[in-house]
Design a protein around this ligand. Structure first.
Ligand code: SF4
Length: 306
């Protein structure tokens, strides 16, 4: 009878080789998806100085790490500068990022601003501090971008952040609105980019483990976790567990918007609609709901036959 190896019993050398292969595949995927987003949205152009906001969390570490790799092989020349805003939260390990960034050999700037005291002073105990805190942080980072001569501000939001925001806006704001891969900042003066827009969070978790980033906990401010976002994240994870590929399909959907089949008159002229007399196989079969044949379904979309 032939021996059957369980995962834990695989010979160490084979296991090591498998991990190495998977890590290599992960790195290629991260670079491919990041490169794709940069190209699709024209995020980085020749001569850009990209200010990468590094908070000490896994996502922003990964963003910087991947952009450094991309810079070496990019078809255009651009500069990177990592920026951390030390908000003086109690227990913030202020030596961690400067040491890490210096070792990396990337240009960096640490901005010291005690927004923590301002927020504590202005917000009553027990009330959420995030909106004032993030407003202050945004203003400071825009100023720093100007002072550094940065032409783009890069943030580490990923695909799951974008989808969570989309559902939060839908459930609680009554809006079809996500988190764009590229936008003009609210002060109208900066271009903000999210090069990890197409990257799954679970890949960033694995990359952070592999690279052993010196993660700084994000709970130092003592603020409550955003429970609604947490619930939406759980909902998305549960869907993905039951229907693998669904999250990817939903992200694809964000890039395939059909305004004529939604109901927003500001994005489609329903009032002025006229016939053109031309039949189209792709046209809308108004009397029947759309039919999805099993073979047509993108990954994650389960066809339920009734
Ligand atoms: S979680 Fe803390 S640091 Fe983050 S925005 Fe809220 S108050 Fe600021």
């Amino acid at each position: 009878m032939s021996a059957v190896w369980t995962d834990n019993e695989v010979l160490p050398i084979e296991r090591e080789q498998r991990i190495e292969r998977e890590t290599h595949k992960l790195e290629k995927r991260l670079c491919r998806l990041t490169g794709q987003a940069i190209a699709d949205y024209n995020m980085i152009e020749a001569g850009d100085k990209v200010m990468v906001c590094v908070s000490g969390g896994k996502d922003s570490y990964a963003l910087l790490d991947i952009l450094i790799k991309m810079k070496q092989r990019a078809p255009v020349d651009f500069e990177l500068v990592a920026v951390n805003l030390d908000q003086k939260q109690p227990g913030f390990p202020e030596h961690v990022l400067p040491e890490y960034l210096a070792k990396l050999g990337v240009a960096y700037h640490i901005e010291n601003q005690d927004t923590y005291s301002i927020v504590k002073d202005k917000i009553a105990p027990g009330k959420t501090m995030c909106s004032l805190c993030s407003r202050l942080r945004r203003g400071i980072l825009y100023r720093v971008a100007d002072e550094l001569g940065a032409t783009k501000i890069a943030l580490g939001h990923h695909r799951d952040d974008i989808l969570q925001t989309f559902f939060l806006n839908m459930f609680f704001g009554g809006k079809l609105k996500g988190m764009p891969p590229k936008l003009v900042s609210d002060d109208g003066r900066h271009i903000v980019i999210r090069p990890l827009a197409g990257v799954a969070e679970k890949d960033l978790v694995r990359w952070a483990e592999h690279r052993q980033f010196p993660i700084i906990p994000c709970t130092l401010c003592g603020s409550q976790e955003n429970l609604q976002r947490k619930q939406v994240a759980i909902m998305l994870r549960e869907w993905e567990r039951k229907f693998p590929g669904r999250v990817e399909t939903m992200f694809t959907a964000l890039q395939n918007v059909v305004p004529s089949h939604l109901a927003d008159g500001t994005h489609y002229d329903f009032k002025g609609l006229t016939v053109n007399g031309v039949a189209s196989d792709d046209g809308d079969k108004a009397f029947d709901p759309p039919d999805f044949a099993a073979g047509d379904s993108p990954p994650g979309l389960q066809i339920i036959k009734i």
